[in-house]
Design a protein around this ligand. Structure first.
Ligand SMILES: Nc1ncnc2c1ncn2[C@@H]1O[C@H](COP(=O)(O)OP(=O)(O)O)[C@@H](O)[C@H]1O
Ligand SMILES: O=P(O)(O)OC[C@H]1O[C@](O)(COP(=O)(O)O)[C@@H](O)[C@@H]1O
Length: 311
């Protein structure tokens, strides 16, 4: 059983248009409405591949009801935490060449009592789970230390925590000593406060996060695949895909990595296979076993240190 918590869930609307032009009317070629937020997507991907996953979700307003209704179609076990503010909507516009333009709402604030209920719900369900995944941005007013606080409170239970977040919440979580963090290239560059142009620079930045407290770093690099840096070594893997929508690809990567044991090159290969499968599917659709092409993954025996990853 995997347990995820998404402090700032969303109803994702992915709109496909022929070409996006600022200031013009567009007629949508297709629309996908899906339950969203990073922990929710991780849970959806795990369930789609035969694993058990439970998602802790703060949900308020009619939008919260809609989110929970949408989730029931995905067979994810949901622990709903009632909150006053409505669930946000995040909009992605996708063009035929797979260019994505995202508009993510900030989300509704959570009161101190609501934050406590959310943490309490995670702690209530954490015993005996394989991993807790704390993922996504924090709503306005929620302290940057929210996920860090969760890591500290989970420590006595001994369950490993994976964190995928952004902004100031990420360095705060790293300091709390999670088993795994999953930054993308932009998030990793922001934490170390320098541009990352080559695999060497990515691996150095991942090492810095390890020295600050994260036991392992799974850095996702879009079409360049992903790098895993842990106490045993450094690996780079990638897989070619016919890109359609990258929304949720990072969540699929993390889910695949955890589903395959959450450590080492074989888990990295599985994660990259799930990530590549996710980008080839519309909207934030999570891949199932029929979509995943494990044989397309290349785990490089030697890291190509000077390879550019900023193109
Ligand atoms: N264009 C692509 N071709 C193949 N795989 C991709 C592509 N874009 C993303 N992926 C896969 O999805 C994973 C996550 O994508 P990335 O964009 O780095 O994360 P995030 O969605 O968190 O920003 C990558 O590590 C890679 O495995
Ligand atoms: O919490 P954030 O950072 O605003 O991100 C939320 C969005 O991220 C997603 O989980 C997609 O994640 P990725 O594309 O980063 O893998 C969407 O479902 C959701 O709308």
């Amino acid at each position: 059983m995997f347990l995820t918590v998404t402090a700032n869930p969303s109803v994702d609307r992915t709109v496909e248009v022929a070409r996006l032009t600022r200031g013009e009317l567009h007629r949508a070629a297709a629309v996908h409405v899906q339950p969203g937020g990073k922990g929710i997507n991780v849970a959806r991907a795990l369930v789609r591949n035969g694993h058990q996953a439970r998602a802790v979700v703060p949900a308020g307003g009619p939008e919260g009801d809609q989110l929970i209704r949408l989730l029931t179609g995905y067979r994810v076990e949901v622990v709903r935490v009632e909150v006053a503010g409505p669930v946000r909507s995040n909009i992605t516009v996708v063009e035929p060449d797979a260019t994505v333009t995202k508009i993510n709402e900030a989300g509704a604030p959570l009161s101190a009592a609501e934050r406590e209920s959310l943490l309490g719900a995670v702690l209530d369900h954490a015993s005996g789970v394989g991993w807790v995944v704390a993922a996504g941005s924090l709503p306005p007013g929620v302290p940057d230390e929210f996920y860090a606080d969760l890591i500290h409170r989970l420590a006595p239970i001994g369950v490993p925590v994976a964190v995928d977040t952004s902004g100031a919440a990420l360095p705060a979580a790293v300091k709390a000593g999670p088993a795994l963090v999953k930054p993308n290239l932009e998030e990793l560059a922001e934490v170390v406060d320098r541009p990352l142009r080559t695999l060497r620079e990515v691996v150095d930045a991942a090492g810095e996060l390890r020295s600050r407290g994260a036991a392992a770093v799974l850095a996702s690099l879009g079409g360049h695949g992903a790098v895993l840096v842990d106490g045993d070594g450094t690996w780079h893997a990638e897989a070619r895909a016919q890109a359609r929508s990258s929304v949720g690809a990072g969540d699929a990567l993390l889910a695949g990595f955890l589903a395959a044991g959450g450590r080492g090159p074989s888990a990295l290969a599985a994660g990259v296979a799930w990530g590549a499968a996710a980008v080839s599917l519309p909207g934030s659709t999570m891949p199932g076993p029929e979509d995943v092409r494990a044989h397309r993954v290349v785990v490089h025996p030697d890291v190509e240190w000077e390879r550019r990853i900023d193109t």
